[in-house]
Design a protein. Structure first.
Lengths: 238, 281
């Protein structure tokens, strides 16, 4: 494997892509990016344009999110009488990751898990009680993957929901944090994510509270605390 | 998918009112687990774990397979965890619900990704023959907190299991039957166990929620820890937002709890071992 030879942090304190440990990748946020939202194409194809969309690019990771709704639920049985239900679909385009790694299809457990994480993150943040008996569908498309799919998707979903004019309690921002020896690193790229213990945190910047925290690798408890506080602080600065 | 009937609001109010006084429906303290029982089967590697009325049966079996070309020294560990309608009528066989995906993924992450079982020790002849372990979990009844119970059953079964001894002479592999030579235990690095906490708005978190508590809670947090004070997996997907020190609070509680749980598991394994004749000479 090539990643085992990767130097995470060199003597000069720079990462493999010449970033400093706490430096984020170049980020761009675009709103209303869905192509079908232009009226001419949608009327000819008969597709309903999404109510809100956004594209977020963090380094080489790029995610487009479209939001439909609040609308009538596709399945009647899914409606709740006092609030809106949130449905999330996650897809990865076949050319998203460069060569390595198994292809991901719609039914993939990993994608289902990301979808469930996004849904559970946004359900308490969206003021669902304002839209009874309706559905808010969130469609996440990963256009290119270079680490940090989940945090990028969460950032993009926040923007798309705002674009759709859906009432939120607060923004949700998210970031991934890694740990190399004793040095925490922010916003990991794919090779770093494969080598380091990674923590994904999503929080509400105005209260500084954490809505989502996910970690997959072995890590000592004391180190974990540092990473968690660092992540929350960093998100507040966004 | 079968939708569950939502619990009546009287029940919800009662449960929350009780929790506000730090009381739970089954008389436990907020951070108390239900009683854990291990029932060891006839065979090695067959363990049923009971957590109150939740029950999961874990069975480990081993076969010999050819390793993957890119990992010639590594054996396989496959975790089979399909939740059928036996556990509860809300689970359908064949179609995975969101809960089921979460349970399966978390088990996979806690047991497989943390390298609890040394997979290189499963190698017999590099590139030719390795042990292929299969951990099958049967979810017998769901009265809340299936995940923690499944993780305990799974780890107990892996530590209980013994694989037949093999001898390699040149290219030939001799598998000794258990009556010939004593089977050998697996090489296990650590024992990760899951703990699930449930949160309610403006109330303190509770450990090991029963089904009703889990349905009514505002969010859950699952931790996988081992006795070496390492967090293996942490998963808090959505739910009520928490401050960082609240999360650290439960992590500290979890560390202590897991140490006790591992100790209990080891005592039970020891007790079972003393009743069994494993050594045949």
């Amino acid at each position: 494997m090539s990643s085992s030879r990767l130097e995470i942090l060199n003597d000069g304190g720079l990462r493999h892509d010449a970033r400093r440990p706490y430096e984020l990748r170049s980020t761009s946020f675009l709103l209303s990016t869905s192509s079908s939202s232009s009226t001419s194409s949608s009327s000819s194809t008969g597709l309903t344009p999404p109510d809100g969309s956004s594209t977020v690019t963090q380094g080489l990771t790029s995610v487009q999110v479209t939001v439909f709704g609040p609308r009538e639920p596709r399945q009647r049985s899914l409606a709740a009488h006092d609030r809106a239900t949130v449905a999330v679909e996650v897809g990865v385009v076949p050319w998203a990751s460069s060569g390595s790694g198994a292809k991901r299809t719609r039914g993939d457990k990993r994608l289902q898990e990301i979808g469930a994480a996004i849904r559970q993150t946004f359900e308490p943040v969206i003021m669902t009680h304002l839209y009874p008996r309706s559905e808010i569908a969130i469609n996440v498309q990963v256009l290119s993957a270079d680490g940090g799919i989940l945090p990028t998707s969460i950032n993009a979903t926040t923007l798309a929901l705002i674009d759709a004019g859906i009432s939120l309690l607060d923004y949700v921002t998210s970031i991934s944090i890694g740990l190399h020896l004793l040095q925490p690193l922010l916003d990991l790229s794919q090779p770093e994510e494969m080598d380091l213990p990674t923590l994904v945190v999503a929080s509400l910047p105005s209260s500084g509270k954490i809505t989502l925290a996910q970690m997959e690798t072995r890590l000592h408890v004391d180190r974990f605390e540092e990473m968690l506080t660092l992540g929350t602080d960093e998100e507040g600065r966004r | 998918m079968v939708r569950e009937i939502e619990p009546p609001s009287v029940q919800k109010e009662f449960l929350l009112a009780a929790l506000a006084e730090s009381r739970r429906l089954d008389g436990r303290l907020p951070l108390e687990m239900r009683k854990v029982d291990y029932i060891f089967g006839e065979e090695l590697g067959c363990v049923e774990c009971r957590l109150g009325k939740t029950a999961v049966l874990a069975q480990v079996t081993a076969t010999i397979a050819k390793p993957r070309d890119d990992r010639p020294y590594e054996g396989f560990l496959l975790i089979n965890s399909e939740i059928g309608p036996m556990a509860s009528s809300v689970y359908e066989s064949g179609r995975a619900s969101d809960d089921e995906v979460m349970i399966t993924r978390l088990l996979e992450k806690s047991i497989r990704r943390t390298e609890a079982v040394d997979r290189e020790a499963l190698c017999i002849i590099a590139g030719e023959k390795v042990w292929h372990l299969r951990l099958t979990l049967h979810f017998l009844s769901d009265s809340g907190n299936l995940l923690d119970c499944a993780a305990m059953a799974g780890m107990a079964a892996l530590r209980h299991f013994r694989k037949p001894e093999v001898e390699v002479i040149g290219d030939e592999v001799i598998i000794h039957s258990p009556d010939e030579r004593a089977p050998v235990p697996l090489a296990i690095h650590h024992t990760p166990l899951c703990l699930t906490f449930a949160y309610y708005e403006n109330l303190q978190p509770i450990l090991d929620p029963i089904h009703l508590e889990a349905t009514l809670c505002a969010g859950t947090l699952t931790l996988t820890l081992n006795a070496q004070r390492e967090i293996c997996v942490l998963s808090k997907a959505g739910g009520t937002p928490l401050a960082a020190d609240e999360i650290m609070g439960v992590v500290r509680v979890g560390v202590e709890r897991v140490r006790e749980m591992v100790k209990h598991l080891e005592e039970e394994l020891e007790k079972d071992k003393s009743t069994r004749v494993v050594e045949v000479r």
